[in-house]
Design a protein around this ligand. Sequence first.
Ligand SMILES: NC(=O)c1ccc[n+]([C@@H]2O[C@H](COP(=O)([O-])OP(=O)(O)OC[C@H]3O[C@@H](n4cnc5c(N)ncnc54)[C@H](OP(=O)(O)O)[C@@H]3O)[C@@H](O)[C@H]2O)c1
Length: 184
Amino acid sequence: MKTQYYTATSLDGFIATENDSLDWLFSLGDVNNTSYPDFISNVGALAMGSATYEWMVRHADKIADQMGTAWPYTQPAWVFSKRKLPAIAGADIRFVSGDVRPIHAEMRLAAGDKNIWIVGGGDLAGQFYDAGLLDEIMVQVGSVTLGKGKQLFPRRVLSPVLRLVAVHQLGHAMVELRYEVNKD
Ligand SMILES: NC(=O)c1ccc[n+]([C@@H]2O[C@H](COP(=O)([O-])OP(=O)(O)OC[C@H]3O[C@@H](n4cnc5c(N)ncnc54)[C@H](OP(=O)(O)O)[C@@H]3O)[C@@H](O)[C@H]2O)c1
């Protein structure tokens, strides 16, 4: 029953280019050869910010081609925005805004004995971290640099440091790192 920020990043710490492109990511490997299938099978609820959601809306056709449906999640999802966003037919989505703490409590109830996935972006994951609600950061670090873009985790975490608990090499272009957030 953990709250996990699970994402891919460039070597220099960006999860998307400044104009929200993920094209750099798809050439790095097949998602089915990563921890993702096992990870997602243990997710009971997920949250994302509006830029991440709008990327999915813009790429609905591509997602449907690959996954069979424009919205690939069976778990309930919470999308954070101060704006009114378009819904996706058939998707279990709640549009929310503001303090992450009451929303995390709702997500915890919905997730039952499964984990909560913070999909991104980095600042939203940071809001859960700030509230003491983030347990793990799981990153797939690609062997590319972007120079600038959307930051992986725009927070200063110095002491206590994150605790590295697993490292897994994926071919020659990715490494998966799993960190526990030290709450002491
Ligand atoms: N590499 C990967 O594996 C990976 C994973 C996830 C995402 N991504 C990509 O990374 C990019 C992330 O974009 P981003 O950094 O801009 O982050 P984001 O979290 O997707 O979107 C940020 C926006 O969400 C809304 N928001 C965030 N917290 C809120 C709160 N507490 N209450 C209300 N609204 C809130 C705000 O916009 P408004 O209020 O104006 O709507 C904010 O500007 C996207 O392009 C996404 O596709 C990549």
